[in-house]
Design a protein around this ligand. Structure first.
Ligand code: ADP
Ligand code: MG
Length: 308
């Protein structure tokens, strides 16, 4: 395009206005959009603007036509727009509706950070959550949370602890809440806890523990998926999970959980016994207190929805 402008300018400066050029420009000067723009901004424009800005006007009309035909424009994803610049007419490139939509989608995706979660969580929506009677309570509680949180994100909101057997849709519901919050402008981190625990152990060697821990501690909304699915070491329980929950409790940051265990089972069958086999009821109790402060238990029952 730069080249074209230069060529046009050269043509004009030579005052060598041959027939071809006149034909070309007649179309530009007849263009309804060009005329409308000229009329609307006449007061600000130089008297000889139509000749001095001829190259820009030509650029505008030809790029607009290329775009309308579905061709590649000078700036992909952007459409030409006339603007006033220094008493002359210039062309600015603004994102097309398509581009804006893509950018919005991208921003939305960035609001849901996921750690070791399946890609399919992107598709989960509250609207598509099947409302059989078994799961209505969980859906209602999720909708209530979204409403309350969005109305007042700085206040304390108790989140949900979704308990239920494999395949009832716990992860799906968490993801649907995260996606809804993202649509409305709020960020969430969803973490598959057993995988995260492994990542944390590996991070020790690379000195990356604090950084990884911080991301979870400080996420505006945190969802800890599948807690209790794998045996936890005392270190993961106390120095990872315990630290995250302590911080979130103090800062009153919403924290969801999902588990195949009920809260009572999680305490007695999971948190109490470390991988070394030590029985530590007090540590388990302290952790459960934090979990109970952060979330309320909802039991989800129903069929296994996983494709068999
Ligand atoms: P859980 O986390 O309880 O084990 P998931 O959330 O992974 O269960 O759900 C199991 C499967 O069923 C997944 O493939 C999920 O996409 C699908 N699923 C769950 N709930 C719904 C729903 N309400 N509508 C459509 N698909 C669902
Ligand atoms: Mg799950």
């Amino acid at each position: 395009m730069e080249d074209l402008s230069k060529t046009m300018q050269k043509l004009m400066s030579q005052q060598h206005l041959n027939d071809n050029y006149r034909q070309l420009m007649a179309k530009v000067y007849d263009d309804p959009e060009v005329n409308k723009f000229y009329q609307a901004n006449k007061d600000e424009l130089a008297e000889d603007v139509m000749t001095r800005s001829a190259a820009k006007l030509y650029e505008f009309v030809s790029e607009r036509e290329k775009l309308a035909k579905g061709g590649e424009t000078f700036a992909t994803g952007y459409a030409p727009q006339l603007i006033v610049s220094n008493h002359l007419i210039d062309v600015a490139y603004v994102p097309t509706a398509d581009t804006l939509e893509k950018q919005a989608q991208q921003q939305l995706r960035q609001r849901v950070k996921s750690i070791a979660m399946p890609k399919s969580i992107r598709e989960a929506t509250l609207a598509n959550f099947d409302q059989d009677t078994d799961r209505a309570e969980a859906l209602m509680a999720a909708l209530d949370f979204v409403d309350a949180y969005e109305a007042n994100p700085k206040r304390r909101h108790q989140a949900l602890y979704l308990a239920g057997s494999f395949g009832v849709g716990k992860t799906y519901l968490l993801a649907a809440v995260a996606n809804q919050l993202a649509t409305d402008g709020f960020s969430t981190t969803l973490v598959h806890f057993p995988s995260f625990a492994v990542e944390m152990k590996n991070a020790i060697a690379q000195n990356g523990v604090a950084e990884k821990l911080d991301a979870l501690k400080k996420s505006p909304v945190l969802m800890i998926d599948d807690i209790g699915a794998d045996a936890m070491s005392a270190w993961v329980r106390d120095d990872v999970l315990g630290v995250i929950l302590e911080y979130r409790m103090q800062e009153e940051l919403p924290t969801f959980f999902s588990s195949n265990f009920s809260m009572a089972q999680l305490e007695k069958e999971h948190l109490r016994i470390s991988t070394r086999g030590d029985d530590e009821p007090l540590k388990a109790q302290r952790l459960m207190q934090r979990i109970r402060f952060l979330a309320r238990e909802i039991t989800m029952v129903g069929v296994n929805r996983r494709p068999q």
